[in-house]
Design a protein around this ligand. Sequence first.
Ligand code: ADP
Length: 552
Amino acid sequence: MMPSMFEAELAPNDANYVPLSPVSFLKRAAHIYPDRDAVIHGSRRYSYRQLHQRSRCLASALERVGVQRGDRVAVLAPNVPELLEAHYGVPGAGAVLVSINIRLEAHSIAFILRHSAAKVLICDREFSATVRQALSLLESRPLVIDIDDAQALGGELIGELDYEAFLAQGDARRALSLPENEWQSIALNYTSGTTGDPKGVLLHHRGAYLNACAGALIFQLGPRSVYLWTLPMFHCNGWSHTWAVTLCGGTHVCLRKVQTTSIYTAIAEHGVTHMSAAPVVMSMLIHAEQQFEHRAGQPVAVITGGAAPPSAVIAAMEARGFSITHAYGMTESYGPSTLCMWQPGLDELPLEARAQFMGRQGVAHPMLEEATVLDVESGQPVPADGVTLGELVVRGNTVMKGYLNNASATRAAFADGWLHTGDLAVLHADGYVEIKDRSKDIIISGGENISSLEIEEVLYQHPAVIEAAVVARPDPHWGETPHAFVTLRADAATSVGVDELVLWCRQRLAHFKAPRHVSLVDLPKTATGKIQKFVLREWAKAPQEVPCQIEH
Ligand code: ADP
């Protein structure tokens, strides 16, 4: 079709079209709040002027060592200022940021470095032993830059250069570049590989910009916000909060290690207003000895997600003065893609009922076009009856470009014009979705579906339970039966037995759903605090190998 006269005349120009990129946020924050604290890390503090300068030096230094548009730059670091700077300096040099999970073993790190063909690796001293081993597995070594953080525990400098010396090679006058095209990649994030080989999720500047705006909106971030980095920045770019907090001129408070004492101390010391926490972190906070009176008197808004938060955990956090928002998402969707939006009348509900509602994954995040539940066989929408199970699918501008060098996985993920999440959910009459399980986690017993989350929800209501995870255990008669793995409070370890937990479930669940096997264990977790159900499935298959278990 010929363009209409108006379109032909009114093509985008420099005055009315700028590629969307969150790199612009830093420029703006530095202009408005040059002297405001942008980053706090122990005794180190950088103003927005300094964060901007340091990020420009990083972009310039990368360019000087030959990094070009589209090249990958990897960073392996906990939540330290350098990783935040990389979220601006790397894309500001036109390159693609690959943030690597610090808890990966050498083999996986090597896989990511090889697969992404990273030209530069910036890594924190504390992880040097594993990184050195990973580098030895590579055919060609990237340029290695050390982060020599004063708070790092041990480790050695293994790089060609120290990060500060590297920055000193850069020119702070070099402006951060915007992409020529907003579809250009900003980040390459690797999935945890719980469902096979890690996949490289490519994200574009446009999606990062939009999801950061959406995050700032729903989290109500502003220039007075003080954001505590309890969520790893390396996980989905910290759910886009690495960019959202800067957009609003808030302060980033770094935290190297997620420990309850350091969280409560940071809240009190810096007047933290916002943080994000996986449900396991919330459980830690609830059961910690140190409590919330240490905070500076203001409510702390918490976005939880990454795994389904049991309603008992939401209720306990709310009762302690945290204000919870529940979001759901994946690496493939820049972090949050649905959230449990507030509704009129919610505040008047009793806490338990409110927490029950807030446990739903909810509705499409702002800037996402649509989130719905489709029948797995027919691909048709399931009825909004709160019962019929289907796959949660999403579509919109905050969905990844695809997987790097993996056309078949990309095709499968995008079948029929939706991003398929692999999560099984129901759709409630009010349009809110609720996840019942990951498709591979659902338990099929005697032909009946059993939601592992439903059993976990009941276990978490037991006052002695800190954490619980339920998986399928092969059964010669039923096919599968639920096997619960539970961590008890230390003070209840001798008084509460597995019989009591089985009975607790039987009194609250249909008999066929109640776990027949319960093991008391420390739950294996990923770096982002997700319980590793694939490990538990192995344990359920070979109960004699479960560490420190008490078998029912
Ligand atoms: P990985 O697939 O490698 O674990 P992600 O961190 O992208 O990587 O995990 C996304 C998955 O986490 C989702 O598909 C879903 O199963 C789970 N998840 C995330 N947030 C929630 C939530 N709020 N409720 C239930 N499950 C969640």
